[in-house]
Design a binder for this molecule. Structure first.
Ligand SMILES: [Zn+2]
Length: 178
């Protein structure tokens, strides 16, 4: 039994959402890895790719385009979520899984939560990324700190005025919940 199969057995036990086919998981991860490899080769971004999977089919793809688009948020997972949502005509990816060549950074994990994606399959870990000079691990450590101890300060301004708009929004009969 290989490491990935042992891992998938664990996932199957934890997910309680049915069978995760090892061949499918490896197929999807290979695609994510390939997208990342291409991103690096074309110079569009770092070697990070991701795919969104629903019912065993790839329904969205993305790769890192930070360099090409001068966009620090253009991570593979974000681009894959945008592609899947665009194709689905929905901001809700409930029932989908994401395969990403590297463990998600806090931004991408947040987007995964917002998209209601149910499970993350990842290739290399953020510890491996840290060894290669990427900041994912440091950002996770920052987020775990109380707000006042983080490197990026936060200051509330016009809180009541801002909240009034939120209250008005919540009262709109045509509001689309998300
Ligand atoms: Zn990310």
């Amino acid at each position: 039994m290989t490491g990935v199969h042992r891992t998938l057995d664990t996932v199957m036990t934890r997910m309680e959402t049915g069978h995760v086919d090892a061949a499918l998981a490896e197929h999807c991860m290979r695609r994510a890895i390939e997208l990342g490899r291409r991103a690096a080769e074309t110079g569009e971004g770092g070697p990070f790719g991701a795919v969104i999977v629903r019912d065993g089919a790839i329904v969205g793809e993305g790769w890192n385009q930070v360099i090409a688009s001068n966009d620090p948020t253009a991570h593979g997972e974000i681009m894959a979520i945008r592609d899947a949502c665009d194709r689905a005509g929905s901001f809700d990816l409930q029932g989908c899984h994401i395969y990403t060549s590297g463990e998600p950074c806090p931004m991408c994990l947040g987007a995964i939560y917002w998209a209601r994606i149910g499970h993350v399959f990842y290739g290399f870990s953020i510890h491996a990324a840290e060894i290669c000079g990427f900041d994912d691990q440091r950002f996770y450590q920052q987020l775990a700190l109380p707000q006042e101890q983080r490197d990026v300060g936060q200051t509330q301004v016009l809180g009541e005025e801002a909240f009034a708009v939120l209250q008005q929004y919540l009262g709109r009969p045509d509001r689309v919940p998300y």
